[in-house]
Design a binder for this molecule. Structure first.
Ligand code: GLA
Length: 327
């Protein structure tokens, strides 16, 4: 089973308060090759070289990435999946800690393998909600619905507009003229060890500055969708810029490296750029004219290296279908 990573165009830190998000599934992802196994779930990571082994009922000690596997098995069991084990090999092209939802790609690909092995099926949104819970159970991160929903529901050539409150969604076509770039700052982020849970608590407590971000960000998602659908690409730059500034100043989840990358991208002629994902490190997303996107990214990374001494990396992404499309 293959589950793609995602990059969020706009709608950041809005999902856990029932707001709007606009992510795209990209051609990086996690693959799980599996066969049935009696009584146990065994998963080997090609990248890390280690093996996780737990009971097919989800019991057993798991550490590191194995905590995600254990949480997925246990949650699917609670939802009625029978205890059919699998022997799985997990490989991934998603850089961990770069803000591209490596964990949702992992949980969704494992979950789909487990479901397939047991002949068990859930609606994509139900599975997405379960994978949202898996993140909480595995590493205590109270994340929102965006990542697993995008990993499951996205459509090639489109962004996914999802209302995380009503769970209504639709696909918004991406203009062919534009390339979607990800530039990784090389500063690893870990939601488990960042201020993510603290930000969520601040929003729930009603902190005025945090809420100002959420309210203005929801508006920006609406405007970005209108600009994409109306072909008004000039509107995208100021909207992404305002989104980035709001994450930096009102929500305080950006870093100097992400701020610099965004500035460099605009200086080098990006149509739009902003930090993407949970923040505290990770990547920026850039929309750029398709011809010229590679050289723009090259220049941004070279200037970034010169200024920071850090090895940034970039990906020119293709948008792909979510994991449940074609199942
Ligand atoms: C992480 C979480 C998402 C979302 C983003 C911020 O990716 O997993 O649920 O909250 O941060 O938009």
């Amino acid at each position: 089973m293959f589950a793609p990573a995602r990059v969020n165009l706009i709608g950041e830190h809005t999902d856990y308060s029932g707001g709007l998000v606009l992510p795209v599934a990209i051609d990086l992802g996690t693959t799980v090759e599996w066969r049935r196994l009696d009584g146990r779930v065994r998963a080997r990571s090609l990248a890390l070289g280690d093996v996780v082994e737990i009971g097919a009922d989800g019991r057993g000690a798991a550490t590191g990435w194995g905590r995600y596997v254990a949480a997925v098995v246990a949650l699917l069991r609670e939802r009625g999946r029978s205890d059919v084990g699998i022997d799985a090999v997990v490989s991934s092209t998603v850089p961990i800690g770069s803000g591209l939802s490596s964990s949702a790609a992992l949980t969704v690909s494992i979950a789909l393998a487990l479901c397939r092995a047991a002949g068990f099926e859930l609606e994509p949104l139900e599975l997405a909600q379960l994978m949202r819970q898996a993140e909480g159970r595995a590493v205590g991160v109270p994340c929102g619905l965006m990542d697993p929903a995008c990993v499951l529901l996205a459509r090639r050539g489109h962004a996914l507009l999802l209302d995380c409150g009503s769970e209504e969604y639709r696909h918004v076509p991406l203009p062919e003229r534009l390339a979607v770039l990800v530039v990784d700052s090389g500063v690893r982020h870990s939601l488990e060890h960042s201020g993510y849970a603290e930000r969520r608590a601040e929003v729930e407590r009603g902190d005025a500055r945090r809420l100002r971000h959420v309210t203005s960000e929801n508006e920006r998602v609406r405007h970005v969708v209108a600009a994409l659908e109306g072909g008004d690409l000039d509107a995208l730059g100021p909207l992404f810029r305002a989104g980035h500034d709001s994450l930096r100043d009102d929500f305080e989840v950006s870093t100097p490296e992400l701020d610099l990358l965004v500035d460099l991208a605009y200086e080098r002629g990006a149509v739009a750029a902003r930090m993407t994902g949970g923040g505290f490190g990770g990547s920026i997303v850039v929309l750029a004219e398709a011809d010229g996107a590679d050289s723009l990214a090259d220049e941004v990374v070279a200037a970034y290296r010169e200024r920071t001494g850090r090895g940034g990396r970039f990906y020119v992404c293709s948008s792909v279908d979510g994991a449940s499309v074609g199942l």
